[in-house]
Structures are given as structure tokens and as C-alpha cells.
Write a protein that binds this ligand. Structure first.
Ligand SMILES: [Zn+2]
Length: 253
């Protein structure tokens, strides 16, 4: 059993037996991993605070070779993202980012960019609107895993000069007006929506977070992403359903 040490963001926790915890981490060096923390839920135990959801820790663990469940030996708190934890809206968005990262990644598949993306979005949930960060998170995550919709040219006729057009969630691709009729699920997307996706895909997180998207384009991008994910994940994410229920309570941003 090799001993590993890395920075890790806690994206999921579940009780295991009467006193232990299974934690899903997105690590900086090893991608997503799952670890068992023994005895952390027993009376008088103080380590529990180290395994709070949506915190950044340094972990030391024994890597199991015959199982995907490793044995966590130590954790040190590096960042608790305090402003994230103080608002229900931020917690709801952090849940969504974590569930999406969990669903779209495999264990032991290193993606330092996904680790950095989670860290960045958790920090910025305090100062930027959740909806805006959510779209940025989705595009960056899809880009990193190679799932970003095909938007360079029309899927049907390869026309490369499209500034607006139609989008087919099933195909995950852009279509020109002439070709869109052949795809029953295609719907129109405006110029600003397409421009936002292209900008996010081509610029770093800092630049992308400063890019302003019109409200109508932001709403259209959300619909586009929801329908695209439904085609690929096949069921709505629990955290996304929760966000939709909460939405009327959030201030318009
Ligand atoms: Zn076409």
C-alpha cells in the first residue's frame, strides 16, 4: 500500500457503518478518489470538522490496490470557503458543481484543471452571482473532459461562419438554419449565447469570470446546458432540481 499526500476538495460524504465516513474527494494530483475515514463519527471525536463538505484539505492516505476505497489517515484544513457556507444559495450551487464533477469524472483520472475549477468557483461564489459561475463551471468542465458541444461549424453542412444558429442537445452540436430542420430537437440560440460559450472555452478562469453575458443569453445558455446534460446523464441531477426549487427565493442577478 503506497502512502499518498495531496490537496483535495471534499465533494461528497456518506456515513459508513456506525462510526465511519466515506468521503469523495476531487484531488489536485489523482483526480477523483473515495476514502474511508474510520471512527470519525464516534462520540468525542473531533476530526469530524475536517471532513465538512466543500472544504479544501490536505490528505494523507493509504492507496489500496485492490479497491477504489482508500484508507484516509490524516487531513489538514487548508480552506473552508467561509462565505460559501454562510448562504443557502452558495451551498446549493456548490452542491451542483460537486455533483456535476462527480458524475462526469472517473476515479483515478487526474484533471488538475477540474480541481482548480472547483476551488475557483467555491471562492467566487461569495462575490459573483451563482448563475453566472454555474454557466462558467459547466463550460469549463465540459471543455476539460472533451465533452464541449461542437460549435466550430454547422454539423450538417460544415459552414464555418456561424455567429448564431440552432443547437441540437442530442447531437451536442451547432446547426445552420438550413440544416436545423433535419433535427427535431434543434432550437434557436442567439449570437450572445454562442459568443459566451466560445469565450469561456478560449479564455482562462479570471478572464472568463469578468465576461458579461446578457440576461437573456444567460437564461438561454442554462436551458441549453440543462437539455444537453439530460441527454448525457439521462436523469436530472438532484442538486439541479433543488436549485430550481430555490430559484424564486434568490434575488435576480
Ligand atoms: Zn448547415
Amino acid at each position: 500500500m503506497a502512502i499518498q499526500k495531496t490537496h483535495a476538495i471534499i465533494i461528497k460524504t456518506q456515513p459508513f457503518r456506525s462510526t465511519s465516513l466515506i468521503v469523495t474527494f476531487f484531488t489536485r494530483d489523482f483526480g477523483k478518489i473515495r476514502g474511508l475515514v474510520k471512527g470519525v463519527r464516534q462520540a468525542g471525536e473531533t476530526r469530524g470538522a475536517l471532513y465538512e463538505l466543500f472544504t479544501l484539505v490536505e490528505i494523507v492516505y493509504y492507496e489500496k490496490t485492490r479497491s477504489d476505497l482508500h484508507l484516509i489517515s490524516e487531513a489538514f484544513l487548508l480552506e473552508s470557503y467561509p462565505s460559501l457556507h454562510s448562504r443557502l444559495e452558495s451551498i446549493a450551487y456548490a452542491s451542483y458543481f460537486s455533483e456535476l464533477a462527480d458524475q462526469l469524472s472517473e476515479v483515478h483520472d487526474p484533471h488538475e484543471n477540474i480541481f482548480s475549477l472547483l476551488d475557483f468557483c467555491f471562492r467566487y461564489l461569495a462575490s459573483l452571482s451563482g448563475r453566472r459561475i454555474a454557466r462558467l463551471f459547466e463550460i469549463k468542465l465540459l471543455n476539460e473532459i472533451g465533452w464541449l458541444p461542437y460549435l466550430d461549424r454547422c454539423l450538417g453542412c460544415s459552414n464555418p461562419h456561424l455567429e448564431e444558429g440552432f443547437f441540437s442537445p442530442r447531437q451536442g452540436a451547432l446547426l445552420c438554419p438550413a440544416c436545423a430542420g433535419r433535427y427535431s430537437d434543434a432550437f434557436r440560440i442567439q449570437r450572445e449565447t454562442l459568443a459566451a460559450i466560445r469565450y469561456y472555452a478560449r479564455h482562462d478562469l479570471e478572464m472568463s469570470s469578468r465576461f458579461l453575458v446578457k440576461t437573456s443569453a444567460g437564461a438561454e445558455l442554462e436551458t441549453m446546458m440543462d437539455r444537453f446534460f439530460l441527454e448525457r446523464i439521462s436523469r436530472p441531477l438532484k442538486s439541479k432540481v433543488f436549485l430550481k426549487k430555490l430559484k424564486p427565493a434568490f434575488s435576480q442577478l
